[in-house]
Write a protein that binds this ligand. Structure first.
Ligand code: PMP
Length: 305
């Protein structure tokens, strides 16, 4: 990814993509304390590209930094502008954005005190994260042998670089075993989330999703909960067991990258009819309508570049 044309925003300036480099003794590279976001922009039906929930993603980045006591060298408004600028400068239409903040290379040792915090924003085109076919037909998922973070080991309100070691282990295991994605349980054995997605199940007319104790407070999760409630669907956030997922009528993952991806199978048990369920399709359509600017009610979630 390093060798391509384009511009990136780094520490207040637009620079050439190939020049966006850091030193090998960067603190975050060694100890994993960095915070980042995954954001998407969509080319809306009127031809204008708009970033989806820019404010909320930027706020979550600042919350992540606060949890780690990383002092951000820029304010939220500057970083929002930077994200819009990167999309615009690169002439991108629908794309993925990656704002990231990390601790610099002044010194090593566990304590980051005295090191500067840096921020960059990159953007590039990125299609369906779990495959276009996955969006339509659903994916095959395996419960991971790796558990999700304990609340007092890692703080999952932070979207942190280091947390993704756990995600990689789970995802790697699932892919090696021939599945499309992993489902991680929490330390008590209840369903938590995917390696990079929140999870929902449908039983009857009700939508269920795990409470937030061990999973990321996903912006797509909250979007789907809002859309579902507006469509008159009851949404319950609660502890969910893995056999509840086996016996659910439908299941799906949500995430900025994964969007709304149906789960057709968990641990070789077919979920519902083994295809995208009707409620999943309804919510998926509602989601794509909103991000493409087809629903005026949620226009405030879109920021034009
Ligand atoms: N959980 C994890 C572990 C993730 O990495 C992501 C992607 N950011 C999500 C959930 C979904 O969050 P969002 O909808 O805010 O992208």
């Amino acid at each position: 990814m390093a060798d391509r044309d384009g511009k990136m925003w780094m520490d207040g300036q637009l620079i050439d993509w190939r020049d966006a480099k850091i030193h090998v003794l960067t603190h975050t590279l060694h100890y994993g304390m960095g915070v980042f976001e995954g954001v998407r922009a969509y080319r809306c039906d009127d031809g204008v590209t708009r970033v989806f929930r820019l404010k909320e993603h930027t706020q979550r980045l600042f919350n992540s930094a606060k949890i780690f006591r990383m002092t951000m060298p820029f304010d939220a408004e500057t970083l929002q502008k930077a994200q819009l600028e990167v999309v615009k400068t690169n002439g991108l239409e629908s794309c993925y954005l990656r704002p990231i903040a990390w601790i610099g290379s002044e010194k090593l040792g566990v304590s980051p005190t005295g090191n500067t915090v840096h921020v960059a924003v990159a953007a590039w085109p990125w299609g369906a994260y779990l495959g276009a076919e996955g969006i339509e037909r659903g994916i095959r998922v395996k419960t991971s042998s790796f558990q999700r973070h304990h609340v007092n080991v890692s703080m999952v309100r932070a979207k942190a670089s280091g947390w993704y070691v756990n995600s990689i282990l789970a995802n790697q295991e699932a892919l090696t075993d021939g599945y499309d994605e992993a489902l991680l349980l929490d330390v008590d054995g209840y369903v938590s989330e995917g390696s990079g997605e929140n999870v929902f199940i449908v039983k009857g007319d009700t939508l269920y999703t795990p409470d937030l104790s061990s999973c990321l407070d996903g912006i797509t999760r909250s979007t789907i909960m809002t859309l579902a409630r507006d469509l008159g669907i009851e949404v319950v956030s609660k502890r969910i067991t893995r056999d509840e997922v086996y016996c659910a009528d439908e299941a799906f993952f949500t995430g900025t990258a994964a969007e709304v991806t149906p789960i057709r199978e968990l641990d070789n048990r077919t979920i519902g009819a083994g295809s995208r369920g009707p409620l999943t399709e309804k919510l998926q359509t509602a989601y794509f309508d909103v991000v493409h600017g087809r629903n005026a009610k949620y226009a405030e979630w879109l920021t034009a570049i």
